[in-house]
Design a protein around this ligand. Structure first.
Ligand code: BGP
Length: 478
């Protein structure tokens, strides 16, 4: 790859990232089955609610579920893809809704209407020279697999996922050359229902259930890598980690060590997916927490043989850890949490803004794995105001993205091999964490509110032309 001293490589994959459950809507159309995201309500506690052993897996009447219509991308994708093309996108990251392809998850044959939808979507992107970058499972899975099998705690899921992945590779082999197996795979440790359709029951050893489910996902991911390499030899398939580095609050050795331990909770996944084996530190952790992973003969060989081609990751913020029990000054943080960093500002949703942390993360990941990196999510969730004449002056978003891209450029100059950047939610979509529409990331505004009211009209924000110019100049305009 051509690496200019201070700039972005040629063929850098500029674009944006969305997910099926947060954008498509049409939750029952084309034979789609219900997914785990279809039973999540709107509100700040929706992830917490899904941690309750008594969590209701059926939709209730008179309740608003944000995924059911979302921004109606299912019907409006042509208009939206044209807007992405106008910005000059080289790629669009989205996910496939598992439930459009296998409505309950355990069918033998796929649903043709679902397959056809993505054929049409990918054709539309390719018509505009936009490469699809596809996540196989982004925070959703068939609800049928949760009800009947208990989600990823069940080994059967490996087989169902492999069938699903193989179906996708066979069908889209000529159209999709960039894949990722599981979105933010490490999230299962923090919110098991979101990451793996797992509900922990009273009295269960939570860590045992979670890491057994994790093992199943890691094997499934490796089998998907294998299948992808067999079926689409010219494709690249990566993992996808939630990247939020931990800093120690003080230079107290205990704090420094704790920050390393916290980082390892996420690195564990990358370590297995990129290096191909369970790292030594996790074995001690398992022992001390009475976790005993049941493996099948051959699992270790599968993990070893089928490592990922690149590391995809999201980056929104850094986090801070303190071993001082008196320090309860918490900061919000995309499911992970920590204490407040006195040196950083926060977004309206309490996420700490740290552009330098992106350069730090890129260097850490590259030092650790020596594989190409792909920033597949980054962005600012903010409440935008529509001014007269449909004008949206989102200078704060431009600032956030600008500052992060400057640090990405620095990381490239540090020697990091970075293949692309897809900012999160280039068009406003449903928030994963809260289900809100008010928490907007887009260059394109969508007229819809938290209660589901609005015309769904699309409007260009100030950041639209800004990003267009960044792409047109391959980052020179920053
Ligand atoms: C990541 C998820 C996305 C996403 C983003 C922003 O964790 O992969 O699906 O939505 O975070 O989070 P939120 O939507 O909660 O602001």
């Amino acid at each position: 790859m051509n690496k200019p001293e201070k700039g972005f490589p040629e063929n850098f994959l500029w674009g944006g990232a969305i997910a099926a459950n947060q954008s498509e809507g049409a939750y029952k159309e084309g034979g789609k089955g219900l997914s785990t995201s279809d039973v999540l309500e709107c509100g700040p506690t929706r992830f917490l609610a899904a941690m309750d052993p008594a969590f209701n897996l059926d939709t209730k009447e008179d309740v608003y579920y944000p995924s059911h219509e979302a921004i109606d991308f299912y019907h409006r994708y042509k208009e939206d893809v044209a807007l992405f093309a106008e910005m000059g996108f080289k790629c669009l990251r989205t996910s496939i809704a598992w439930t459009r392809i296998f409505p309950n998850g355990d069918e033998e044959t796929p649903n043709e209407a679902g397959l056809k939808f993505y054929d049409d979507l990918f054709d539309e992107m390719l018509k505009h020279q936009i490469q699809p970058v596809i996540t196989i499972s982004h925070y959703e899975m068939p609800l049928g697999l949760v009800k009947k099998y208990g989600g990823w705690r069940n080994r059967k899921l490996v087989e169902f996922y492999e069938r699903y992945a193989r179906t996708l590779f066979e069908r889209y082999k000529d159209k999709v050359k960039y894949w990722m197996t599981f979105n933010e795979i490490n999230v299962i440790v923090h919110v098991p229902f979101i990451g793996g359709g797992v509900i922990i029951q009273e009295g269960e050893n939570k860590k045992q259930v979670i890491y057994q489910s994790v093992h199943h996902q890691l094997v499934a991911s490796a089998l998907a890598v294998k299948a992808c390499h067999e079926i689409i030899p010219d494709a690249k398939i990566g993992c996808m980690l939630l990247g939020a580095p931990y800093y120690p609050l003080t230079s107290k050795p205990a704090d420094v060590f704790e920050a390393m331990e916290k980082d390892r909770v996420a690195y564990f996944f990358g370590d297995v997916q990129a290096r191909g084996y369970y790292p030594s530190y996790i074995k001690r952790f398992f022992k001390e927490n009475n976790v005993d992973i049941e493996m099948q003969p051959g699992d270790e060989a599968i993990l070893k043989a089928h490592t990922v081609d690149y590391i995809g990751f999201s980056y929104y913020m850094s986090l801070v850890v303190s071993t001082d029990p008196e320090n309860t000054d918490g900061a919000a943080g995309n499911m992970l949490g920590g204490v407040k960093n006195p040196y950083l500002p926060s977004t309206d949703w309490g996420w700490q803004i740290d552009p330098k942390g992106l350069r730090y993360t890129l260097n850490q990941l590259y030092d650790r794995y020596q594989k190409p990196l792909f920033i597949v999510e980054n962005g600012l969730g903010a409440a935008d105001v529509v001014e007269e004449g449909d004008v949206i002056n989102d200078d704060y978003r431009i600032q956030y993205l600008h500052d992060h891209l400057i640090e990405a450029r620095e990381a490239i100059a540090d020697g990091v091999e970075l293949i692309g950047y897809t900012s999160w939610g280039p068009i406003d979509i449903v928030s994963a964490g809260t289900g809100e529409m008010k928490k907007r990331y887009g260059y394109i505004y969508v007229d819809k509110d938290n209660e589901g009211r609005g015309t769904l009209k699309r409007m260009r924000k100030k950041s639209f032309n800004w990003y267009k110019n960044v792409i047109a100049t391959n980052g020179e305009a920053l």
